[in-house]
Design a protein. Structure first.
Ligand code: GLN
Length: 525
């Protein structure tokens, strides 16, 4: 796309070729935990089109059988790179298939723990790994040794649990070192990357900042301007701060106040991003525009669509007002895409794979003829947080719970009116304040209050009341795919309920949501 050096050229990089295993991304993750940079690409990657030379290559597991007609195969040019190669499960079977085709269905499937028995104690791959528990997940197996290989480890069911080429640094293992069930799996991956591939352990956010700022400057050039939306969340703030460090006020941040942000949010963002972090920020008050369009709408999907479309309209209008100096045009749109989104879009899903596009910015890019700039696209979430702290963004902002794009509009069930938003906001504010006071904020992955448009009878000061209900939600999760509700102390809940009913007009009752995900989702709408 440009002459700008990819991150994989600056840092020693282990290339993970993905054959579609559900664990492939974990290989990348584990290596980075040892400060070794690793990047995942689909197994169909042409080596001649790579554009950089990896320090080593890992072939991942995958759902296919190597002997099947439509099975994916690696570009054999990978062997001409003359770098160490490690095949994991399908990856090992692929190595065997390419060297004698001795792979077939096993008599029984092997799924679960096994004990590793290292035959060759001098093998650098298994340093500190012998006799550990390793995780198996396969139905196929090697029926014999591939030509030129020898056995270096066995397990009770897998006589070819670990193999290595007699003269080349090509290794194969039947188990999955990347899952935590393999107790010394991380050590094995480190042995491969650091000792065998000799990759430098210099992947730190301190080093990334310098490289990335240099890259942004080269990409944007000396005069072009960049715009981007900020939301007050971690990703957009870190991306915006990084752009500001790189190109100063040629980066224009826009916060669209859609009327369904958290309490005082626009003010807070103005202070922390504009005044504090010195980001060139414009806050657009478009609350009326959004709320007028939401009038009478109760369907959650329609709410989301209206907010998404209105956002694009408002953003485009505002961008048109930004007049760069010297007749320069805005050329780039900043997007806080993270590595998990990239992985999701490139993961190998078989011959019929479809590449997912980023729908949220697609419209803007086309309408405004902008190029996309994504400085966080190599990073996992925790790396973004490290980066944020290094850039001087407050701990509180860096560890903020995620907040959905449609905001409070999907936390006010039913019709979204100014009055309803005000009630939901206040209740949410009290709830979060109490969570922080109790020191629980960082133990919880996400917490918020929902306003339910059902009326319920209460009694306050001897008067009968007939008002709405607030539902509190708090979840713990590592990946937001599954989640469990947070076990608050009863005294905590009692206090929050009392404060909300006392301080928020229009609320007579508070409930706590004790549904996990699945079957419920995190948000109510
Ligand atoms: N599909 C292959 C098998 O069943 C490989 C499995 C894997 O890579 N986890 O053996």
């Amino acid at each position: 796309m440009s002459p700008v050096e990819p991150v994989s050229n600056v840092f020693d990089t282990i290339l993970v070729l993905d054959f579609g295993s559900q664990y492939s991304h974990l290989i990348t993750r584990r290596l980075r935990e040892y400060n070794v940079y690793a990047e995942m690409l689909p197994c169909t990657q042409k080596i001649s089109e790579l554009g950089w030379k990896p320090s080593g290559v890992i072939l991942s597991g995958g759902p296919y059988s190597v002997y099947a007609e439509d099975a994916p195969h690696v570009d054999t040019a990978v062997f001409d790179l003359n770098v160490p190669i490690l095949g994991i499960c399908y990856g090992m079977q692929e190595l065997a298939w390419l060297n004698g085709k001795q792979v077939g269905r096993g008599d029984k499937r092997e799924y679960g723990p096994a004990t590793l028995n290292v035959v060759d104690a001098s093998s650098p791959l298994f340093k500190g790994v012998d006799h550990s528990v390793v995780w198996m997940s396969h139905g196929d197996k090697l029926h014999g040794l591939p030509a030129g290989y020898k056995v270096i480890a066995t397990s009770q069911n897998s006589p070819y649990c670990g193999i290595v080429h007699e003269s080349k640094p090509i290794w194969g293992i039947q188990f999955h070192p990347e899952v935590t069930h393999s107790t010394q799996g991380k050590t094995l991956l480190k042995n491969f990357a650091v000792d065998i591939c000799q990759a430098k352990q210099n992947w730190t956010m301190e080093n990334f900042i310098d490289t990335e700022i240099k890259r942004i400057r080269e990409l944007v050039g000396p005069t072009a301007e960049v715009i981007g939306a900020v939301s007050g969340g971690v990703d957009s703030t870190v991306a915006a701060k990084l752009m500001t460090e790189a190109i100063g006020d040629r980066f224009h941040a826009i916060l669209v106040d859609n009327g369904v942000l958290r309490l005082n949010e626009a003010e807070i963002v103005k202070k922390t991003l504009g005044e504090g972090l010195k980001i060139n920020l414009t806050v657009v008050d478009a609350a009326d525009e959004f709320l007028d369009k939401l009038k009478g709408v109760t369907d959650p999907e329609r709410k989301r669509k209206i907010i998404g479309n209105t956002f694009i309209e408002v953003f485009e209008k505002e961008a048109a007002k930004i007049q760069p100096k010297d007749g320069e045009e805005i050329e780039f749109l900043l997007q806080g895409t993270l590595y998990p989104d990239v992985i999701e879009s490139i993961s190998f899903k078989g011959p019929s794979q479809t590449i997912k596009t980023h729908h949220n910015v697609g419209g803007l890019l086309e309408d405004m003829k902008l190029k996309l700039i994504e400085p966080l696209r190599e990073l996992f979430k925790d790396e973004v947080r490290d980066l944020g702290e290094l850039l001087g963004i407050s701990h509180e902002l860096v560890w903020r719970h995620p907040f959905p794009g449609p905001g409070i509009a999907i936390r006010v069930l039913g019709e979204v009116t100014r009055e309803q938003v005000a009630i939901a906001r206040k209740a949410d504010h009290i709830y979060i304040e109490e969570i922080r006071k109790a020191g629980l904020y960082n133990k919880i992955s996400q917490a918020f209050a929902c306003l339910l448009p059902v009326k319920s009878v209460g009694v306050m000061g001897d008067q009968r009341t007939y008002e709405q209900v607030i539902a509190l939600r708090a979840i713990e999760t590592t990946d937001f795919m599954t989640a469990d509700w947070f076990p608050f102390e009863h005294a905590f809940l009692k206090n929050v309920a009392a404060r909300i009913v006392n301080e928020v007009d229009g609320v007579a009752r508070v409930t706590y949501d004790i549904t996990s995900k699945p079957p419920a989702t995190v948000e109510w709408e």
